[in-house]
Design a protein around this ligand. Structure first.
Ligand code: PLP
Length: 437
């Protein structure tokens, strides 16, 4: 039975869910996906997600740590692990191959079990810090993530969190971060971001961390696919630990991943299980394994290059139409439009209004604070990115069309219906694979 036949069978036994699945697939096929943290999953990875590995309980690891060395011994708590062990080793080894500097793979260890990016970060903190230890991470309002020490996150409840912000040019100011690190004396510095359109200098962060005796965590959730493919500088060998989600530019299943210097591996593993989680989701790990095989291919490297190329073209096209982008452009896959400036100035359109209006026109992105926003709950910007549209095969012509739609929807609310029809026409040419039938 092919996939579509199986969905039909699901629909027969549960038409309520079947109907919701169909509607969601239809919605996704009609709209342009510009949320930079979303993507179209690599199709074999989606197949693996629905496989029998999802039913296996596999608490523990395919290895045991003995005096700091990973031994090929069964570290699981349940029987029946012959193939789950092989799958986890496959995912782990491919992760190291993708992220470790060439020829240095032996010096790194990966944990593929974190259920999400946030969990991966918390596992790193609990592995390498004591409660109350100081961390220094990037402020959410300036592009960091909640788990980098925001006041509502346990990263600031269990640890003493300090936050760095961007410099006046809205770029990372390594001198200011260095000064702050000397003052704060953190035990860990966290770099990486959710909304920073420029290259991150991991070497500069490592030099600051070294100077103050801190560990360096690089959370590359957004850019990990670019780093592994060599399109953005790699955090290794500079960082001690790298965390990432697996579903953004990487195009894998929803989940988290940790890669670290090998000597930290035992602590990291213990923090993930039994510290924070129970049984790993083996279907997700199987799915990640095949995603990483794809990520190591020339085809993926070309995809990652195209993501950045498209982002650069789109940022140019938007600026030609008078939009103001934070930092004046992008080096990676994402950009932030500042609606207080340029062609949007004086139009009384904030991030919420613009994101909703664009959605009505079939263009889906997210409202986002622009550094310096006085009211974070009333953001004055929107964030958009090119990973998903590039996965569909869009290129220079579509970037220009997109910028046109952005301008029309901004300046003329009445254009929404016409733009929506044009978007649907375009999406019909870049059809997403239908599984529901
Ligand atoms: C930099 C960064 N870290 C961590 C996360 C958390 O990932 P998850 O939503 O899988 O918990 C995100 C999610 O957007 C992120 O951007």
């Amino acid at each position: 039975m092919d996939i579509t036949e199986r969905f039909k069978a699901l629909n027969e036994v549960d038409s309520e869910l079947g109907s919701l699945l169909k509607q969601e697939e239809a919605r996704q096929s009609r709209v342009i996906r510009l949320i930079p943290s979303e993507n179209y999953i690599y199709e074999p990875a989606r197949l693996a997600l629905g496989s029998c590995f999802g039913e296996k309980y596999s608490e523990g690891y395919p290895h045991k740590w003995v005096k700091g060395e990973r031994k090929h011994a069964n570290g699981r708590y349940y029987q029946g692990q012959e193939f789950t062990n092989a799958v986890e080793c496959l995912a782990r080894d491919r992760a190291v191959k993708f992220f470790a500097p060439k020829g240095m793979e032996e010096n790194y260890h990966a944990n593929v079990q974190p259920l999400a990016g946030a969990n991966a970060n918390l596992a790193v903190y609990s592995a390498l810090l004591n409660p109350g230890d100081r961390i220094l991470g990037m402020s959410l309002a300036h592009g960091g993530h909640l788990t980098h020490g925001h006041k509502v996150s346990v990263s600031s409840i269990f640890f003493e969190a300090h936050q760095y912000t961007l410099g006046e040019n809205l770029r990372l100011d390594y001198d200011a971060i260095r000064k702050q690190a000397i003052e704060v004396q953190p035990k860990m510095i966290v770099c990486g971001a959710s909304a920073y359109p420029r290259t991150i200098d991991f070497e500069a962060f490592a030099s600051i961390a070294k100077e103050v005796g801190a560990l360096l965590l690089a959370d590359i959730a957004h850019i990990s696919g670019l780093c592994g493919a060599g399109v953005h500088p790699n955090p290794f060998p500079h960082a001690d630990v790298v965390t990432t989600t697996t579903h953004k530019v990487l195009r894998g299943p929803r989940g988290g991943l940790i890669v670290c210097r090998r000597e930290l591996g035992a602590d990291i593993d213990r923090a993930v299980f039994p510290g924070l989680q129970g049984g790993p989701h083996m279907n997700k790990i199987a799915s990640l394994a095949t995603t990483l095989k794809y990520a190591l291919s020339d085809e993926y490297t070309q995809y990652a290059k195209n993501v950045v190329e498209n982002a650069s073209l789109l940022s140019e096209a938007l600026q030609q139409r008078g939009f103001v982008l934070v930092t004046g452009g992008t080096d990676n896959h994402l950009m932030l439009i500042d609606l207080k400036e340029g062609s949007a100035k004086d139009l009384d359109v904030d991030g919420t209004i613009y994101a909703e209006r664009l959605e009505a026109a079939g263009i889906v992105l997210n409202k986002n604070a622009v550094p310096g926003d006085a009211k974070p709950w009333k953001p004055t910007g929107v964030r958009l990115g090119t990973p998903a549209i590039t996965a569909l095969g869009m290129g220079p012509a579509e970037m220009d069309t997109l910028a046109d739609w952005f301008e029309r929807v901004l300046k003329d609310e009445g254009s929404v219906t016409v733009v929506k029809a044009e978007v649907e026409e375009l999406m019909a040419r870049f059809a997403i694979p239908s599984w529901v039938g």
